[in-house]
Design a protein around this ligand. Structure first.
Ligand code: G6P
Ligand code: ZN
Length: 607
């Protein structure tokens, strides 16, 4: 399987390691593999490519080399490994353990059955263990919401000590390493660990000079313990126990299943029937574990909606509350009875009601909020009203992380407690450094509980809360069209054209709209001063409406064009979304001329 080559010019003296026995490292000769540049959330490729010779090992070695060069002593503290359970998860974990040992790691935490959600990794890095054992980093094996299985996608990302994704410089160094790698280190004789059993295995060197501990940890423990300190669990339980309240939580066969069981069945005493698709499957049962109206079909139907969010007739009662998670458990979708809450509205409502949640009220109230640029401006109005610090960042969770750590790491102003969210079904706070699907679900339930203090009164529903919010702040009608699998050259040319035309488009009148500003979004990080350019073409209309275009940074193959449409209304609050956005949508199609560049104007997904 692993062919050891002749060793030359290396820092590892293999002949001297004979006393190490099972801990004896081997150097394996390899060569750079093109295309190992990590995207927004790590490296994602077809599973087959990841399983091909040296592909995973080259990348993992490149991460170790970058992390060690950046000054981390991997022999101190703990390396954590876990994934979303997709095909190749367990094999990859065993390979990373063997490579970790060869690179000097002395202690590992592995999620039970190889499972750790992305937010759980973040929580566990931050919360678990005494100081000397604390995790210095983690490999997360996931391609998030991309389908899994031998014919689909696999992925790997690395998170650092603060619980957040590796900073840009570390990923750049990793990529640079992948382009010149010659050898990787692995302990081929290190035993495979039984990751189905919680407990520690110690493997000692033959000469007793050193040892390695691999501990399989209960996957849900640190995260669930943290969530219990954030929310009012007794109040949530009282809500869930009401005879007129019912909920379903669809984990879409991803890693969220065990977490939803730990929270809703074990902690909140609910029947297993609240859980849907909660047994992780290595191919997500053939589904597309992405919580939106298109892919969470089964849940959307149960909640009495179609794929555009319109009401449909269903037999039998509809639950009061529905939620779904993606493959690695960091995304969320929130639904009421025949009612879809857009992620942008969800963020605005959570912010407006943050002080119902003990985590915020106990720290003197929420201080700051942020949204990604394409996310609707609904939260902006709440931030203004509540006098909160507000930030508009490029797409990608890492920009939020800097703001959350502005005091702790950058010695700047403190923006915590902090809430942030994205239109791409991600919501969270500074309790961890990733978006957190189950956090958003509990936030909504905590808010619902606070609006329903008296069980003898009629239930205040999800829809009631959102409608009340709109009547106070106005409604940002919003939708996103995705054009997946487009020809990359055509999509790039389309973006270039809009970029080039931005100045001449500014001031132009289109239909009943005037383009107040057309530009390419650029962000200067207020914390570290770094600049992110070319973050999306914006058409900002004079009435506050917006049309935005971006190319996805996470697309599997080809290019995915995203078109975001937003119309702000203070009077007409009850229109069907499609009709509220009708004119703006056709203007958007004209502005980009996707028909000419990509040959279609029919989206593959609407959210
Ligand atoms: C991942 C990131 C999110 C980001 C999303 C955007 O899920 O974690 O922070 O919003 O990708 O993906 P896109 O495909 O639009 O670039
Ligand atoms: Zn995800």
């Amino acid at each position: 399987k692993y062919v050891s080559g002749t060793i030359e010019n290396t820092d590892l003296d293999v002949s001297a390691d004979t006393g190490l026995g099972l801990l004896k490292p081997t150097l394996v000769r390899t060569a750079p593999i093109a295309g190992q540049k990590p995207g927004t959330s790590g490296l994602r490729k077809k599973t087959k490519e990841f399983m091909s010779e040296n592909y995973l090992s080259n990348f993992v070695q490149s991460v170790f080399d970058a992390v060690i060069a950046a000054g981390t002593n991997v022999s101190e503290g703990t390396l954590m490994i876990g994934g979303d359970g997709r095909y190749f998860n367990t094999e990859a974990i065993q390979i990373i353990i063997k490579m970790g040992v060869a690179n000097g790691v002395k202690r590992f935490w592995i999620g039970e059955n190889g499972l750790l959600s992305t937010p759980a990794v973040s929580a566990t890095i931050r919360e678990r263990g005494p100081v000397w054992q604390k995790s210095f980093g983690a490999f997360i094996l996931t391609a998030s919401h991309n389908p899994g299985g031998p014919e689909e996608d696999f992925g790997i990302k690395y998170n650092t000590q603060n619980g957040g994704p590796a900073p840009e410089y570390l990923m750049e160094a990793t990529y640079a390493n992948t382009t010149c790698i010659k050898t990787y280190k692995i302990c081929e004789d290190f035993p495979s660990i039984d990751i189905t059993q919680v407990g520690a295995t110690t493997v000692a060197a033959a000469d007793g000079s050193t040892s390695v501990v691999v501990e399989v940890i209960p996957s849900t423990q640190s995260h669930v313990t943290l969530l219990k300190t954030i929310f009012d669990f007794p109040a949530i339980k009282a809500l869930l126990d009401r005879p007129d309240f019912s909920m379903v939580y669809d984990s879409m066969h991803g890693v969220n299943g065990p977490f939803s069981k730990a929270v809703f069945v074990d902690e909140l005493g609910q029947p297993e029937s609240v859980l849907r698709n909660h047994i992780p499957k290595d191919d997500f049962a053939g589904g597309h574990a992405d919580p939106n109206l298109t892919y969470a079909k089964e849940l959307v139907k149960t909640m009495g909606l179609d794929r555009t969010g319109n009401k449909i007739d269903v037999d039998g009662p509809i639950p009061s509350f529905g939620a779904a998670a993606d493959g690695d458990g960091d995304r969320n979708m929130i639904l009421g009875t025949q009612f879809f809450v857009t992620p942008s509205d969800s963020l605005a409502v959570i912010v407006a009601n943050a002080n119902c949640i003990p985590f915020f009220s106990s720290q003197g109230g929420l201080k700051a909020v942020a949204r990604s640029m394409p996310t609707s401006g609904a939260v902006d109005r709440v931030a203004k009203d509540l006098n909160l610090d507000f930030f508009e960042t490029p797409t990608g969770w890492k920009f939020f992380g800097n703001l959350m750590d502005s005091k702790a790491i950058f010695k700047g102003k403190d923006y915590t407690p902090f809430i942030c969210g994205e239109e791409s079904f991600g919501t969270g706070s500074d309790h961890v450094r990733e978006k957190d699907g189950i956090w958003a679900v509990l936030a909504w339930l905590n808010i619902l509980a606070a609006h329903n203090p008296d069980a003898s009164k009629p239930l205040v529903t999800v829809e009631d809360i959102v409608r009340k919010h709109w009547s106070k702040y106005g409604r940002n009608y919003y939708c996103r069209w995705d054009f997946e699998g487009m020809d990359a050259a055509g999509a790039n040319a389309m973006m270039e054209k809009m970029r080039a035309d931005a100045a001449s488009n500014t001031g132009r009148t289109v239909g009943s709209y005037t383009i107040a500003t057309a530009d390419d979004f650029r962000y200067v990080d207020p914390v570290d001063g770094s600049v992110a350019a070319k973050q999306g073409i914006r058409f900002l209309m004079s009435d506050g409406s917006r049309v935005i275009f971006r190319l996805s940074g996470t697309a599997g193959s080809g290019a995915t064009v995203r078109m975001y449409i937003e119309q702000y209304e203070t009077e007409k609050l009850d229109l069907p979304v499609a009709s509220a956005l009708e004119e703006l949508t056709s203007i958007a199609l004209q502005l980009c001329d996707i028909k000419t560049f990509c040959g279609t104007e029919t989206p593959t997904v609407i959210t």
